[in-house]
Design a protein around this ligand. Structure first.
Ligand SMILES: [Zn+2]
Length: 411
């Protein structure tokens, strides 16, 4: 792994942080989680829930190649893994830029929270006019994997101490991961001229719906609930039928809790920060991560008052001449299907690559008309031999634009 910049974390809250290793105690689920018997298909250890820390390191290298992406380690987990943060912006130092914070995968078993975040990153680093405009006017800070220890241990919700780090923001001492993120928030809020305006906490829920966890006025304020409805409704408008209405999951009806990240935001920054938990689907019907990511990004831009109406309508719908979607099933064991949509006719190439980027097979190479397509990969290479279990990529190229996605083959 090449070297990232290490940030100077304010030290005043870093005392008394490290706890000993406790026995692992599974905790009950509430607003998010996985179906309890959803673990029959693969062992936890073998799959890291489909996307492990090594996968993240490969992606960090890829993302870091873009001039407008910076990657930092914010600090260490219980087992001494780095908590990596991407900063995506053309002008990260310009104080008029809007600052947005996104962190994902607090709960390791909620891997969909990563796949949505991955698509947010894909959109932000793309060469579409919308992406260029957003990068020029915003600073996105994104933690794709906030709990890498839990991911590697195959825990559904906990860190290496067996603690659910979604809560405990009011604990003394703090869990190491919570201390790292809280300090980062403090740093951004009190040492920059342009503090965070939107903070999204990415999860997924076995209720098999996409929704934001809405905070009632009893625990916030009347004005804040108006803002929440504006944010959620705005996001929803970019993916009709994709998200539940704002009142699908209402929380904080009996006051302000003090253990969550959103509690910290509310108690310290009130209406100035739209801090919300987002729940993707955690079920077999999960998917459409690109549509979800697109809606969340555009809803966020509208909320912070970024006007991109001068960017053409075509680019609003499809950032590129095509859109690819996540293969399914994924992970897969015999074969998988790759869906994609061509919105401009042209030459299309679909290539399967191994984890170090070597070509395994070309699945398509020829002219496509406008339309929806589905191509199957049966896990064979170009010599008709079965490939090994592991991470593979599929790259769809249309003209000079390409898009790469990851999949996991487990035999
Ligand atoms: Zn969760």
């Amino acid at each position: 792994m090449p070297y990232k910049h290490y940030l100077l974390i304010p030290l005043f809250l870093l005392s008394n942080l490290v706890k000993g290793q406790n026995n692992f105690i599974p905790q009950s689920t509430e607003k998010c989680g996985i179906i309890p018997d959803d673990e029959t298909q693969f062992s936890r250890d073998a799959r890291n829930w489909g996307y492990g820390y090594d996968s993240l390191l490969v992606d960090l290298d890829r993302w870091e190649a873009y001039s407008y992406v910076t990657i930092d380690s914010l600090g260490a987990t219980v087992q001494n893994r780095a908590i990596w943060e991407l900063t995506i912006s053309e002008n990260p130092e310009i104080s008029s830029n809007h600052r947005i914070y996104i962190h994902a995968r607090t709960h390791p078993g909620e891997e969909e929270s990563f796949w949505v975040t991955n698509e947010i990153i894909n959109i932000l680093i793309s060469d579409s006019p919308f992406a260029e405009f957003v990068r020029s006017n915003c600073i996105f800070h994104i933690i794709p994997m906030y709990n890498p220890d839990g991911v590697e241990l195959g825990y559904p919700r906990e860190n290496a101490n067996g603690v659910d780090i979604e809560s405990g923001w009011d604990d003394i001492p703090l869990e190491p991961e919570v201390a790292v993120l809280k300090n980062r928030f403090i740093e951004l809020m009190w040492t920059t001229d342009n503090p965070v305006e939107v903070a999204l906490n990415m999860h997924s829920a076995y209720s098999c719906k996409r929704y934001f966890v809405y905070h009632d006025a009893v625990g916030t304020s009347d004005n804040f609930t108006v803002l929440e409805q504006q944010f959620i409704g705005g996001t929803q408008s970019y993916f009709p039928g994709g998200f539940e209405n704002w009142d699908y999951f209402v929380s904080w009806t009996s006051g302000t809790p003090d253990q969550y990240p959103e509690s910290w935001w509310w108690m310290n920054h009130g209406e100035n920060v739209m801090a919300l938990t987002y729940e993707d689907m955690n079920c077999i019907e999960a998917g459409l991560y690109d549509s979800t990511a697109n809606a969340i990004l555009r809803g966020t831009c509208d909320y912070i008052g970024l006007n991109y109406s001068h960017i053409s309508e075509e680019n609003k719908v499809h950032p590129m001449e095509f859109s690819s979607r996540q293969n399914y099933p994924n992970p897969f064991n015999a074969s998988t299907l790759i869906p994609y949509t061509i919105t401009q006719p042209g030459k299309v190439t679909i290539t399967i690559l191994d984890i170090i980027g070597r070509e395994v097979l070309q699945l398509a190479n020829g002219h496509h008309n406008v339309g929806e397509y589905l191509v199957k990969w049966d896990g064979m290479n170009r010599f008709k031999l079965q490939v090994d279990s592991g991470i593979y990529f599929y790259r769809i190229q249309v003209g000079r634009v390409n898009n790469t996605r990851k999949m996991l083959l487990i035999k």
